[in-house]
Each structure stands twice: as C-alpha cells, then as structure tokens.
Design a protein around this ligand. Structure first.
Ligand SMILES: *[C@@H]1O[C@H](CO)[C@@H](O)[C@H](O)[C@H]1NC(C)=O
Ligand SMILES: *[C@@H]1O[C@H](CO)[C@@H](O)[C@H](O)[C@H]1NC(C)=O
Ligand SMILES: *[C@@H]1O[C@H](CO)[C@@H](O)[C@H](O)[C@H]1NC(C)=O
Ligand SMILES: *[C@@H]1O[C@H](CO)[C@@H](O)[C@H](O)[C@H]1NC(C)=O
Ligand SMILES: *[C@@H]1O[C@H](CO)[C@@H](O)[C@H](O)[C@H]1NC(C)=O
Ligand SMILES: *[C@@H]1O[C@H](CO)[C@@H](O)[C@H](O)[C@H]1NC(C)=O
Length: 211
C-alpha cells in the first residue's frame, strides 16, 4: 500500500490554477511536470464517478432553493432574469465518442470555473441572505464536492495524460455589483450549471465505468 503525502495534491492543484485565463483561449501544455507516482488513490476513478453523480443529483435542488431565497422578482420571472445566454460559461462540446482525455480536460475547466463561481455566489449569499441556512449549507456542500472532484481530475489528468497545466477561463467577479446583479449572476450561473452537469454526467460516467 502506498502512502500519499498530504501536501502533494494541493501543490498540483495550485500549479494548475496559477495560469490565468488568456481571453477565452485554452492552452494545454503537457510535459514533465507531473509529480511521481503515488499521486492518485487507488479508487480515484470511482470517487470521480460518485462526485459527478452527486453534483448532478443535487444541482436542480440547489438552483430551485437559490431562486426561492432571492425573492421577487426572481421567483416569478426566472425564465427571463436567469437566462444564461449573456454570461460566460465554459463550452462543453464533448460527447460520448470524444476521447477520454478531451472529456477530462473539459471537465477540469468546467469544475474549476464552477468552484470560482460558487465562491462568489456563497460570498454574496452570506451577505444578502445570511439567514438562508439550507441554501448556504448546500452551497458549501457543492463547493466541497467540487473541490474534491477537481483534485481527483487533477490526479487523473496527470497520471493518464501527463497534463499538469490547464488554462481555465473564469467568469466575471460579482464583487462590487449591485444586490440585484449579484442575485442575477448567481441564478444565471446556477441555471446553466444544471443543464451542463446533466450533460457532463451523461458523457463522463460511461468513460469512467469500471473496465
Ligand atoms: C463528438 O465530439 C467530437 C469532438 O470531441 C466531434 O468530432 C463529433 O462530431 C461529436 N459527435 C457527435 C455525435 O456530436
Ligand atoms: C476554488 O475557489 C477558491 C476561491 O473561491 C480558490 O481560492 C481555490 O483555490 C479554488 N480551488 C480549486 C481547487 O480550484
Ligand atoms: C469570484 O470570481 C472570480 C472570477 O471568476 C474569481 O477570480 C474569484 O476568485 C471569485 N471570488 C471568490 C471569493 O471565489
Ligand atoms: C451537506 O453535507 C452533509 C455531510 O455530507 C450532509 O449531512 C447534509 O445533509 C448536507 N446538507 C444539505 C443541505 O444537503
Ligand atoms: C478525491 O475525492 C475524494 C472524495 O472527496 C477525496 O477524499 C480525495 O482527496 C480526492 N483526491 C484524490 C487525489 O484522491
Ligand atoms: C442527472 O440527474 C438527473 C436529475 O436528477 C437524472 O434524471 C439523471 O438520470 C442524472 N444523470 C445521470 C447520468 O446520472
């Protein structure tokens, strides 16, 4: 049995995140930067499956609860106000026949973006709806699962493809925006997330089936 030193994974995750977005272009570099063996736990594939399935299973409830907690006009006009057409969200153009490597990279970009977005949404909700305990708890849980997933994807990318650097494009920070804009940005992101996580689950899960 191999012992995995606790410091290794966060170090790699940090490496991955240090490259800032280049105006929407994704640049992949692979080389010799992956740490040696022992980075991944033996059940990493199974963990990844479970995390994606859990996020998919809880996304809709998170969105519905989010809407409910924003009050009017969000609860009654969500179709209009939460239309995600105008926001940046990572493209997710992979499908079942895409190469596994492409799928993993697209997943990484998606969940790194989601983690940053959840950070903004949580900060805003703590300020705007501090009494919405269940919403805050769901946001924390989703963030925690997302971070675990990112660390597992980091390890799979390194181990299987020697990819240790992925350029991620992030959305706009909501800092300094009006309360209305903060609520709106959160609902646009979460609504799009519900759509994309369903697709991600359909595409990724078959790629991770026990083989
Ligand atoms: C699946 O994605 C690949 C690129 O990853 C693309 O070339 C192919 O046309 C797509 N297939 C379908 C059925 O959409
Ligand atoms: C997640 O986002 C937070 C900002 O909210 C950032 O500090 C952290 O490094 C990110 N973690 C990962 C694994 O991307
Ligand atoms: C808010 O979002 C921006 C852009 O995605 C990101 O850089 C920043 O870390 C996020 N802030 C928090 C507190 O997560
Ligand atoms: C958050 O996660 C904890 C631990 O897994 C769980 O007990 C709790 O029910 C979750 N809360 C919500 C609102 O989903
Ligand atoms: C993978 O996910 C599990 C469950 O969240 C977590 O305990 C583990 O630290 C993650 N990362 C790796 C590299 O196994
Ligand atoms: C994703 O979640 C939806 C809603 O809970 C569910 O209907 C669907 O079967 C899930 N997809 C996968 C691939 O698990």
């Amino acid at each position: 049995m191999k012992f995995v030193p606790a410091g290794v994974v966060p170090f790699v995750a940090l490496l991955l995140l240090q490259r800032r977005p280049v105006a929407g272009r994704a640049l992949l570099l692979s080389g010799s930067g992956c740490p040696g063996h022992g980075l991944c736990r033996s059940n990493v594939q199974e963990q990844t499956r479970r995390q994606v399935a859990l996020l998919n299973a809880t996304a809709q409830e998170l969105f519905s609860l989010y809407l409910k907690c924003q009050g009017e006009p969000f609860s009654s006009e969500s179709d209009k106000l939460c239309n995600p057409a105008g926001i940046f969200f990572p493209a997710f153009r992979v499908n079942r026949t895409s190469e596994r490597k492409e799928v993993m990279v697209a997943m990484y970009k998606l969940f790194a973006f989601l983690n940053a977005s959840l950070g903004n949404i949580t900060r805003d909700q703590e300020e705007l709806n501090p009494m919405a305990k269940e919403l805050l708890e769901r946001l924390h849980n989703t963030t925690k699962t997302t971070r675990g997933l990112i660390s597992n994807l980091t390890c799979l990318l390194c181990k299987n493809y020697n990819i240790f650097q992925v350029d991620v494009r992030y959305g706009d920070s909501s800092k300094g925006k009006s309360a209305f804009k903060k609520k709106q940005q959160g609902c646009q992101v979460l609504r799009k997330y519900v759509q994309v996580i369903g697709l991600a689950a359909r595409v990724l899960l078959p790629h991770l089936s026990p083989s």
